[in-house]
Design a protein around this ligand. Structure first.
Ligand code: UT7
Length: 329
């Protein structure tokens, strides 16, 4: 068995209070609660209201994680925020969180790996604490996708939601509990299937070469779906095999919450009973980098993990990026 690295001391989440239901969407685009529920598993999602922001959600989730961890902001060595919807391109969300928390000793940066961002971030933190186990690192996944959603496009606007999840990590206390291994994957050959083009440096705001739709998330859903199921299955088995484990050793699978049918496919491939798979997509939709840390926080609150349990977190997102982190709780 591998020596464990990053150990999670505490988690937290923050969701905007405004709820957008499938019935609300029925009044906005040509869709139905039945279609959305059957094709995605989503019943409602949260969206920011006036005055709420990515950095605000990230900070709120971080405060809860720090409080549960019993760690003060001054003790933090590093803040990593995984996001594809920062408040600004400069400064990063991580810097805004650092300032809001008063985490004066901490380095801070954003990490861009779409829906896999939190697992990529946890993997970076894992490397830092393997080097020095006394380090304390805040890893956050936070998104405001509603401002990057084309509310006239029914093929995407029903899918996404806003929110943030955070974890405070340090070195494993005993080499047994914590991250056993992290597996990061990417394939840029199909990047055009899932894009958000109109916010970078290639097309200045208002550039006539870029259609209005490209200032929002665009996705060829069916193709992305096919890639997601294949990639998530393969990286899940990769993580288990690297540790000499099989799916039946798992206490809990926490998959990225993009579509209940993708989650169900993965559950079947791993031959897991439903109670071993965490699902909250019906409440929040796809919150990209925030989905796994929000789910982890809820799973802990529900008492789904106890000391020594094995949890596998698996993600897939635009790029494409995908990842798995196997952790002994
Ligand atoms: O987090 C990043 C990773 N993202 C994902 O993993 C998402 C992967 N993709 C998906 O989850 C699914 O492909 C979607 C939920 C996006 C779409 O489901 P689908 O079963 O693949 O539907 P489809 O795109 O094949 O469309 C089927 C039909 C189409 O109508 P026609 O052409 O058969 O007449 C669509 O126009 O459903 C129609 N449709 C809708 N109907 C009602 C598409 N969106 C809607 C809608 N309401 N919101």
């Amino acid at each position: 068995m591998r020596r464990a690295g990053a150990f999670i001391l505490g988690t937290g989440r923050a969701l905007p209070s405004r709820v957008l239901t499938n019935q609300d969407l029925e009044r906005m685009v040509e869709t139905s609660d039945e279609w959305i529920t059957q094709r995605t598993g989503i019943k409602e999602r949260r969206v920011v209201a006036e005055g709420e922001s990515n950095s605000g959600l990230a900070t709120a989730a971080a405060r809860k994680a720090l409080s549960k961890a019993g760690v003060s902001p001054e003790e933090l060595d590093l803040i990593i925020v995984a996001t594809l919807t920062p408040d600004y391109l400069m400064p990063s969300v991580a810097i805004l969180v650092q300032e809001a928390l008063g985490a004066r000793r901490a380095g801070a940066f954003d990490l861009s790996a779409t829906c896999s961002g939190f697992l990529y971030g946890l993997s970076v933190a894992d490397k830092f604490v393997r080097e020095d186990p006394s380090r304390k690192i805040l890893v956050i996944g936070s998104e405001v996708l509603s401002n990057k959603t084309n509310w006239e496009d029914r093929t995407t606007c029903v899918l996404f939601g806003d929110g943030a999840g955070a974890a405070v990590v340090t070195g494993s206390p005993d080499g047994r509990r914590g991250v056993l291994s992290a597996h990061l994957r990417a394939d840029g050959s199909l990047w055009h299937l899932l894009t958000l083009k109109g916010c970078g440096s290639l097309y200045p705001p208002g550039d006539p070469r870029l259609p209005r739709e490209d200032y929002f998330i665009r996705m060829q859903g069916r193709e992305v779906f096919k890639q997601a199921v294949r990639a998530m299955e393969s990286v899940a088995f990769e993580a288990l095999e690297a540790n000499g484990l099989s799916p039946s050793d798992l206490t809990l699978l926490i998959p990225h919450q993009a579509n209940i049918r993708i989650i169900e496919f993965l559950r079947e491939r791993l031959e897991l009973p439903a109670e071993k798979v965490f699902v909250n997509i019906h409440k929040y939709g796809n919150t990209s980098a925030a989905s796994i840390p929000i789910a982890l926080d809820e799973a802990l609150e529900e008492g789904r993990l106890k000391e020594g349990d094995l949890v596998l977190m698996v993600s897939f997102g635009g790029g494409f990026t995908w990842a798995a982190v196997l952790l002994r709780w």
